[in-house]
Write a protein that binds this ligand. Structure first.
Ligand SMILES: NC(=O)c1ccc[n+]([C@@H]2O[C@H](COP(=O)([O-])OP(=O)(O)OC[C@H]3O[C@@H](n4cnc5c(N)ncnc54)[C@H](O)[C@@H]3O)[C@@H](O)[C@H]2O)c1
Length: 254
């Protein structure tokens, strides 16, 4: 029986790991025995996170929307740690703007990073994962990929697209021993939503039954579970980590 959350011997690539959830996942993965390749467009910050983890981590400057960058990332993982077992497609950008005001270029850029980036990542790791008998891919979507959220047409389209692609990838890659699952965070206390003026603790998120925003570490725990052999029979699954925000509407009382 695998010990839940044991990642000993595994090598993981985590995109968008310079801050927020990706950084929390990199730290947790390393503490669970994994060796981790952190990638991000924020080179200085990403390198600092990798340095703080130590010898079990390295950093690659990487734009997930760029196919050549994916080759560099996978080559670095293989040269540094010898294998690839886990990919966390975590990097994303989010611009909140009414649909009719959104420039097409901005819409396309969000699809490029959030959706095509994950697509390129999956393509890049299938070979190395197959050569070690399989692996686990975790795609980070959003509550905006389960519901329509006003102001998030491009971001929502990218995350709903990620949801659909994850299902197909799970079907096509299952026979190779590669599992593909999707995580749907709700409001999580990271730089991505800092402009919303997040209030931490109970009462800070009235739209969620748990009444608070989540922490990056609470998402990281779920991602580590999906990366580990404790979830060995789970693929094509959707795991929501949103304090219940997508469960339904909270009636207005009084
Ligand atoms: N924070 C939330 O409330 C929330 C809610 C739902 C879903 N999510 C999702 O969680 C994931 C992690 O987001 P976060 O909250 O940690 O946000 P974040 O903005 O703190 O981190 C995202 C990271 O991705 C990096 N990145 C952006 N474009 C990139 C590119 N082209 N190539 C490589 N890296 C790139 C950023 O530099 C940043 O370090 C994202 O997929 C996001 O869409 C976040």
């Amino acid at each position: 029986m695998p010990t839940p959350m044991d990642l000993s011997g595994k090598v993981a690539i985590i995109t968008g790991a310079a801050q927020g959830q990706g950084a929390a996942e990199a730290r947790l993965f390393a503490s669970l025995g994994a060796r981790v390749v952190l990638t991000d467009v924020l080179a200085e910050q990403g390198r600092a996170v990798a340095d703080s983890i130590g010898a079990a981590a390295c950093f690659v400057r990487h734009d997930v929307g760029n196919e050549n960058d994916w080759r560099t990332t996978v080559d670095t993982a293989l040269a540094t740690f010898g294998r690839v077992d886990v990919l966390v497609n975590n990097a994303a950008i989010c611009v909140n703007r009414p649909l009719v005001e959104q420039p097409a270029a901005e819409f396309e850029r969000m699809l490029r990073v959030n959706l095509v980036g994950a697509f390129l990542g999956i393509q890049a790791v299938v070979g190395p994962m197959t050569s070690v008998g399989g692996g686990s891919i975790v795609n980070i979507a959003s509550q905006a990929g389960q519901q329509g959220l006003s102001g998030y047409s491009a971001y929502g389209a990218s995350k709903w697209g990620l949801r659909g692609m994850s299902k197909v990838a799970a079907i096509e890659l299952g026979p190779l021993g590669i599992r593909v699952n999707t995580v749907y965070p709700g409001m999580i206390d990271t730089p991505m939503i800092a402009h919303l003026g997040v209030q931490r603790g109970p009462g800070g998120h009235p739209g969620a039954p748990l009444t608070r925003v989540g922490t990056p570490e609470e998402v990281a725990d779920v991602v580590a579970f999906l990366a580990s052999d404790a979830s060995s029979y789970i693929t094509g699954a959707d795991l929501t980590v949103d304090g219940g925000a997508s469960a339904g509407r909270i009636p207005v009382t009084g």
